[in-house]
Design a protein around this ligand. Sequence first.
Ligand SMILES: Cc1cc2nc3c(=O)[nH]c(=O)nc-3n(C[C@H](O)[C@H](O)[C@H](O)COP(=O)(O)OP(=O)(O)OC[C@H]3O[C@@H](n4cnc5c(N)ncnc54)[C@H](O)[C@@H]3O)c2cc1C
Length: 264
Amino acid sequence: MIQNYYRASDAADAIALKKAHSQAVFLAGGTQINRGAPYGKTPEIVIDIHDALSKTIVKEGVEIIIGAMATLQEVVDSELIPSALKEAAAFIPTRSIRNQASIGGNIGAACPDSYIIPTLIALSATLGTAYGRMQVEEYLEQGNKELIYDICLPEQPDSIVAVKESRSHIAPPVVSAAVSLRRNDNKSLRACVTLGCVASRTLRLREVEQGLESGTLKFREDMEKAIGASIKPKSDILGSVGYKTYINSVVVADAIVRCLEELS
Ligand SMILES: Cc1cc2nc3c(=O)[nH]c(=O)nc-3n(C[C@H](O)[C@H](O)[C@H](O)COP(=O)(O)OP(=O)(O)OC[C@H]3O[C@@H](n4cnc5c(N)ncnc54)[C@H](O)[C@@H]3O)c2cc1C
């Protein structure tokens, strides 16, 4: 149960409060914090960041800057947001949750089945923090502790597809992935294949990416095999290892094929 509540007046105040109360968590939309078991314990100390961070979405040159407090519904509704990220945000079930949940909170929560994180990685998004800008993967590797001010989307890839698979719209997913392809100036390909739901955090499938870039992975069956060989999901109430390996291989190979078709 929440015992101590602090309201930060700005980002510096939020960081100072966090230094003073190391066990505290940032309270954004509260949808993850208050989710309870089996998703975690409700924190005892919270630092409300509603007044501390921006929620605006603006275009600066080719970049799009999303304030960390923007809600997932605002991401869905914004004309500035690339369609793959809108789609990923719309995967989060029900408008009432999307109206409350913030994009910064989704990254800060770092859930292995996040719909947002794979798409941000595929978009090469960077995060603004007190320690400067960092890639989303870097932020997660460092333990997702720092306050995120904003999310910056650079120039969009040439093609990008976000996918999810779950038993129903509201059920937790067994697949949450994104694929993007960029053409370099010399026409060579740069691939990003990133998956949640198959490990304790979102993964990049580097070998699959290299296969696509070098042209050794051309056929759908080979893509499925390569994806299946790169992941080791755990069996749980959502499915067996065999099922999760199969469904991820098929759905992600499908996303790669769609991306390649968009490019040609
Ligand atoms: C019924 C239900 C279904 C859900 N389904 C999904 C789903 O399918 N996929 C999914 O990804 N999520 C899902 N969620 C989880 C949650 O809604 C999202 O992860 C949401 O985006 C979290 O945002 P929030 O603003 O509510 O975060 P909060 O709950 O306020 O915070 C979550 C965590 O992020 C940290 N945090 C918050 N803001 C920042 C910031 N600016 N910088 C750094 N750290 C920060 C906090 O310290 C805390 O640890 C679901 C939740 C519910 C209740």
